[in-house]
Design a protein around this ligand. Structure first.
Ligand code: PLP
Length: 414
């Protein structure tokens, strides 16, 4: 009656899995609790951002102390610089960065900057990658756009759409052909180096390296959208994992520790083109909000402690081997893609390496799987085309329960 579809972001509505979404009362550690008294082990983790789990004491306590001093000033604060320094330390390719309020704002601003810096118009993106909901990206996009099966959003003008070149993910040959032909028109190339919005599909190393090579050769701005992979696949994100530095990086989710934050940053000569230093305009009333900065700062401090990513890998591996062993025992062939603490179980027998292969998944069976798991107290993403996230609050016991539920659920489905 009051909100379109009852939700403020489409995938929350359970449209592709059916049924009605539960309404949340609270989150604590690895669990989410609904207003009807049910609890679930949470693998959505607020779409990846809750890497410390729900309500982490270090963050909550820091926020309690911070809000005593006010909520927003619209003038610079020290905590903005402190968080910027911390991020730069973890992701050395970032020499300067600007905070915004969401991942969408980060990617939208990064492509404007790429255009302003190069004086060219076209942007290359890859099918099934999701970069938020700015007009330029809503063509063959992942996440909710894929979930709802939309080829593109209406309301995006043909003029805008013609400046976006969409290419298949992980296809080196196609990419090379297009860039060799059109490089004089291309301002920037944006990709999720680990795609997390068509299930989970890590880029092949050769693909990433070719992109870096050609963008360097033709002075095209290479933008890594690390809104999911940043501080997730490694402290330094996917760029650390692949050892390939982009020109610009977009961040979001984890760096806000549960509050609305995004950021884009990278090469100094490019970032210096942003107002007030340069002619590319970008601003925000709440950008760098001190409360949100505090949540991000505390979260990253926690992630900088020893063995954090080893722990996430251990839990991710345990879940993977449990599910693979269930599949073996039941004689079912499904694809499982994982990198550290993010994973996706694809309901297809064929290897999943791009959007087309991800779309071969049996989404109807995934929908039934989702509800089987939910009924057993496990909250998975309500779409085949989203990632599963493990947090530092997940325990070995949570993983064992999940493996058991996975066995019982798969048994009912095949
Ligand atoms: N980029 C990626 C890779 C994302 O996964 C998302 C959101 O899921 C975005 C950008 C957009 O971020 P936001 O939802 O904060 O606008």
């Amino acid at each position: 009656k009051h909100i379109p579809g009852g939700v403020n972001s489409p995938v929350r509505a359970f449209k592709s899995v059916g049924g009605k979404p539960f309404f949340v009362k609270k989150g604590e550690g690895s669990k989410i609790y609904d207003i009807d008294g049910n609890s679930y082990i949470d693998y959505v983790c607020s779409w990846g951002l809750l890497i410390l789990g729900h309500s982490p004491p270090a963050v909550i306590n820091a926020l309690k102390n911070k809000i005593k001093f006010g909520l927003s000033y619209g003038a610079p604060t020290e905590i903005e610089t402190e968080l910027a320094q911390l991020i730069k330390k973890c992701i050395p390719s970032i020499e300067l960065l600007r905070f915004v309020n969401s991942g969408t704002e980060a990617t939208m601003s990064a492509i404007r900057l790429a255009r302003g810096f190069t004086g060219r118009n076209k942007i290359v993106k890859f099918e099934g990658c999701y970069h938020g909901h700015a007009d330029s990206f809503l063509i063959k996009a992942g996440s909710g756009v894929a979930t709802l099966g939309l080829p593109a959003s209406t309301g995006v003008t043909r003029e805008v759409a013609k400046d976006t070149i969409n290419l298949p993910y992980n296809d080196v040959e196609n990419f090379t052909k297009v860039v060799e032909k059109k490089h004089e028109e291309i301002a920037g190339i944006i990709l999720e180096p680990v795609a997390g919005n068509m299930g989970v599909i890590p880029a092949e190393k050769e693909f990433i390296e070719k992109i870096r090579e050609l963008t360097q050769k033709y002075d095209i701005v290479l933008i890594f959208d690390e809104v999911i992979s940043g501080f997730r696949v490694a402290l330094g994100g996917a760029q650390e994992f692949y050892n390939v530095n982009p020109d610009l990086t977009c961040l979001g989710k984890i760096i806000g520790g549960g509050l609305p934050v995004g950021a884009y940053g990278g090469r100094k000569d490019i970032m210096e083109k942003i107002a007030p230093l340069g002619p590319v305009y970008q601003a925000g009333t709440l950008s760098g909000n001190p409360v949100a900065m505090t949540a991000g700062y505390q979260t990253i401090k926690e992630l900088m402690k020893p063995d954090v990513y080893q722990k996430l890998e251990k839990l991710g591996k345990k879940l993977e081997s449990g599910i693979r062993s269930n599949l073996d025992k039941l004689g079912i062939e499904l694809q499982y893609n994982r990198i550290g603490s993010i994973s996706a179980l694809f309901f297809t027998e064929e290897k999943v390496y791009d959007f087309a292969s991800a779309q071969k998944s049996d989404t109807k069976r995934y929908a039934r799987y989702f509800h089987e798991m939910l009924n057993r107290g496990i909250f998975l993403p309500p779409s085949q085309f989203e990632a599963n996230f493990i947090s530092l609050a997940h325990t070995e016991n949570d993983i064992e329960k999940t493996i058991k539920a996975n066995h019982l659920s798969l048994k009912r489905l095949f």
